[in-house]
Ligand binder design. Sequence first.
Ligand code: NAD
Length: 438
Amino acid sequence: MVPKRKVVPIRPASPKRAPALELAPENLNPYQFALRQFERAADYLSLDAGTRQLLSQPKRQLIVSIPIKMDNKKIRVFTGYRVQHSIARGPSKGGIRFHPGVTLDEVKALAMWMTWKCAVVNIPFGGAKGGITVDPKKLSMDENERLTRRYTSEIAIVLGHDRDIPAPDVYTTPQHMAWIMDTFSMTQGFSTLGVVTGKPIPLGGSAGRNEATAEGCFVAIDEAAKRMRMKLKGATAAVQGFGNAGAHVARFLEEAGAKVVAVSDSRGGVYDKKGLRMELVNAAKEKKGTVTAGRGQKVSNSELLELPVDILVPAALEGVITRENAPRVKARIIAEAANGPTTPDADDILRGNGAVVIPDILANAGGVTVSYFEWVQDLYSFFWDPDMVRTQLERTVRRAYDDVAETARRHDTDLRTGALILAVGRVEEATRLRGLFP
Ligand code: NAD
């Protein structure tokens, strides 16, 4: 399962690297730091220049204009993206993000991370990602629906259950996935459940998909804690971001007996060193739209990262742990529920301080794993019960953790580099076996 390759020590920067990689680390955008991580794994695998170029660039990049009629009858045009990084191991797979900060480079990074993530958990998908530069909180439900449907029709030329399969990401929900499935089906003339995952259960969604990212993250934290002989019962934790990924991780940690002392969302965070009760945090979020309306001392999102806790779960956006704040991060386990929360320089600092960083492509792979189960169920029109989903998810994440830890051990490196060596190795092998067309 783990590719057997010669162990080669990391080499100094190759003169063939793109000039963007020579930028000062604090100026790197997500795609540039995804490239840095890739180069590190490519060095270990001794990949040649051509293969590096092939694996580091997206296969397809689609930019679309999305005109919609707003509720006030005026037309607004949004920009949307769909990037397919690789289809070497199967159809491409990846979420759709609605956020004002979405850029082509961010989507390219997220698509590349999806390729590695699917390879780490060894599911037969390549990587893709999509997004629209929009603040969805400023749209009505009807505007959200029109935006989603028009975006789907614009990118439908590259979608399909055997081509490219979207899923939810930041500020998109099962309802958005239902609109995507319906719009795509209208262009086909029949219902194609398998074109998108993360759907509501009555439309071919899977039991357990909603909590899957968090459940996989919790299983990964449990594995890390066991290996470090840390007991989850009584351990303290802080969670940044209280959406699909963060809110459920916080709940699972609480259920395991950990003390969740801080949580946050886009409006800031709350902290109580005696521990917050997730039931009350959820109630505040539901009632007032933010966790900051609940009990606890107010903390900013950056203060939360530096709290004295055993476990830190960044579960919002990328690039939040940098070389500037990394020396002050005290957690012993950092579980990346979010994609790309740690910059490459910060990684080195955290590692130097003895922290275990469970990398995003492992820590949040539970989401795409259950998306894969959903796709399988849709194609078979045969649906599993929740226990089957949970058992298969846990088995997949524990096996992936073992594979990653073993690869890291063999190469005497950290878990992120181990995960990337494993993933890039698998994708490179598939690419090599397929050969180049024509
Ligand atoms: P979500 O929309 O459900 O929740 C996002 C949360 O982050 C919200 O609580 C929001 O208030 C908060 N947030 C937004 N901006 C913030 C900021 N600047 N600082 C702090 N908090 C902020 O999104 P999600 O699906 O939970 O995704 C969160 C992260 O997890 C993303 O990086 C995403 O790519 C990753 N992820 C999600 C899934 C999934 O299945 N949903 C799978 C893998 C990875």
